[in-house]
Ligand binder design. Structure first.
Ligand SMILES: CC(C)(COP(=O)(O)OP(=O)(O)OC[C@H]1O[C@@H](n2cnc3c(N)ncnc32)[C@H](O)[C@@H]1OP(=O)(O)O)[C@@H](O)C(=O)NCCC(=O)NCCS
Length: 221
């Protein structure tokens, strides 16, 4: 087991490649051999989504309140089954991007509390999306889960930039993005139309300076 000294980033996958190994790997090798790891925070286990999550995720998405800021439609069980099957590949349909999906599970009550998605291109640019279950919102779930995902993207996959897109009215999401060190870089007007109105969105970005950075030493636990 490898533990990062910074909070909350722990791997217990012995098969998982160690961070220093990545420096010498070509992107193709990284992409071709990629396995998405389980991540841990103090309260949650972030599980790479597999077919076995389909029923729980179907309930998770069905129970979400219809959201004013994102066009979230509850999936049917069949749709969720298809999504899980697609996510298991960890790749975009054209194979050119890593598509990572985690279900965050509460360690205490074993319920799924959040879904987190990140896409990464071969040039090491990543995007992030996140949804927290209704009854778990405003309990720092998004912040805690995304902190470990950001550490993973930055330290292990060594991404250069992480971006998030968020409706201009979505204050909670802006707050989460800022707490993760992102800054607002763009405003896109009239990007979508739902709930009877056009929506504008902010683009948030965190640029990570990998040049000259030394990876935090990992210790065996
Ligand atoms: C956005 C979302 C992921 C936040 O999840 P969460 O677990 O509640 O977030 P956290 O508790 O970690 O942090 C929320 C922060 O926003 C603040 N906040 C919440 N509602 C707010 C509001 N209406 N106005 C301003 N700030 C607000 C909270 O106080 C907290 O900040 P703090 O820690 O400084 O007090 C959740 O509301 C959600 O799933 N929304 C629907 C999906 C969505 O919008 N996803 C983002 C699309 S990019």
């Amino acid at each position: 087991m490898f533990e990062n000294k910074e909070p909350n980033l722990i791997y217990n996958q012995e098969r998982f490649i160690k961070p220093n190994d990545f420096q010498n790997l070509l992107p193709d090798e990284v992409f071709d051999n990629y396995e998405q790891p389980e991540l841990f925070s103090s309260r949650f286990v972030l599980e790479p989504i597999t077919d076995s999550h389909k029923l729980e995720l179907y309930h998770f998405f069905s129970e979400l309140e219809r959201h004013h800021f994102i066009p979230l439609e509850p999936p049917t069980l069949e749709q969720q089954e298809k999504r899980c099957a697609r996510w298991v590949t960890r790749r975009s349909p054209d194979g050119e991007e890593l598509w990572l999906n985690w279900a965050a599970r509460d360690k205490q009550n074993r319920e799924i509390v959040a879904h987190i998605q990140s896409r990464m291109t071969r040039d090491r640019s990543a995007s992030i999306g996140y949804v927290v279950g209704q009854k778990y919102q405003k309990k720092r779930v998004a912040t805690e889960c995304l902190e470990v995902v950001f550490l993973y993207l930055e330290k292990i996959l060594q991404v250069k930039e992480i971006k998030a897109w968020s409706d201009v009215r979505n204050k909670a999401s802006h707050r989460v993005a800022k707490k993760l060190g992102m800054v607002q870089v763009e405003l896109n007007k009239s990007v979508d139309f739902f709930n009877g109105t056009t929506t504008d969105e902010y683009v948030f970005s965190k640029v990570i300076n990998q040049s000259g950075s030394t990876l935090t030493p990992f210790v065996t636990k």
